[in-house]
Design a protein around this ligand. Structure first.
Ligand code: T3D
Length: 259
């Protein structure tokens, strides 16, 4: 008997799509699914032909967070967060390429915060986001405590985390928690169109933009300006910068290749 693939991977040009594939359990994370996801993310990061990643879920959910039935994880919740969710949150935030979460249905617990850790979140109109942690006497993890207040401010972050109420995708877009809410029927087409567009952009500069924005919220204005100068120097030495300027001056489309 062949084992079921828990994270499907397909390529379309320079765009790789990863699909969580445990629909019967709303794509909740088991230890086995974590192993496949981590391996798939590492492969996408290492594969120079991949220039944008889309992550979505099979069936009616994006991801319902930790699988609460999975015995392989063990009882030590803190150890699971340290060993699994912390590296996952760091991995997604340090990908060398842009990452789009195409949220096709409910995203709960670590499933929601994993999506918020992606660079752009596209969500189907029927999708929703739930900070399910408080319902089981936990705190938001997978980066939620850091991401939520930065995305929507302390009042909304605390409200969402304390109540664990379901936040519809339209409302998530309205309060700035996600990039776009679109009709269910066009979620994948629009996510793929965005991914194709990003894959032809200077992805190294996109990844650097994410890194500097994340660092800038924790340092002073003067330090942020110094950081900008340092990273801009790095970008200025890239062949993408020279190609972008040359393409502009020659009135042609740029062909970016740095990663
Ligand atoms: O070690 C650690 O735990 C630390 C790490 C923590 C990170 C976390 O993510 S903690 C948060 C864990 N997630 C949750 O608490 C969410 C639990 N799920 C729900 O609250 C609901 O399922 C949803 C609101 C997401 C969706 O509700 P609904 O009514 O649309 O679907 P449902 O009927 O509840 O679920 C459908 C099936 O999926 C059902 O199985 P069944 O009865 O058909 O065999 C349900 O048990 C299963 N399922 C959904 N979420 C999970 C799950 N099974 C295991 N774990 C889940 N998280």
């Amino acid at each position: 008997m062949t084992a079921e693939v828990l994270v499907l991977s397909t390529d379309d040009g320079a765009v790789r799509t990863l699909t969580f594939n445990r629909p019967a359990a709303l794509n909740s994370f088991t230890a086995a699914m974590h192993r496949e996801l981590r391996s798939a993310l590492d492969h996408a990061a290492d594969d120079k032909s991949v220039r944008c990643l889309v992550i979505t879920g099979a069936g009616r959910a994006f991801c319902a967070g930790q699988d609460l039935n999975d015995t392989e994880m063990g009882d030590d919740v803190g150890a699971v967060v340290e060993r699994i969710y912390k590296p996952l949150a760091l991995r997604i935030r340090s990908m060398p390429i842009p990452v789009i979460a195409a949220v096709n249905g409910v995203a709960a617990g670590a499933g929601a915060n994993f999506a918020f850790g992606c660079d752009l979140v596209m969500a189907a109109r029927s999708a929703s986001f739930i900070q399910a942690f408080s319902k089981i006497a936990l705190i938001p993890d997978c980066g939620g405590t850091w991401l939520l207040p930065r995305l929507v401010g302390r009042a909304r972050a605390l409200g969402l985390a304390i109540t664990g109420d379901k936040l519809p995708a339209e409302e998530a877009e309205r309060i700035g928690l996600i990039w776009r809410c679109v009709d269910d029927a066009v979620l994948m087409d629009q996510s793929m169109a965005l991914a194709q567009r990003l894959s032809s952009m200077p992805v190294k500069a996109i990844a650097a933009t994410r890194r500097v924005l994340d660092e800038a919220v924790m340092i002073s204005y003067a330090e942020a300006l110094t950081l900008e100068a340092r990273v801009q120097a790095e970008m200025g030495h890239g062949s993408d910068f020279h190609e972008g300027v040359a393409a502009f001056l020659e009135k042609r489309a740029a062909k970016f290749s740095d990663r």
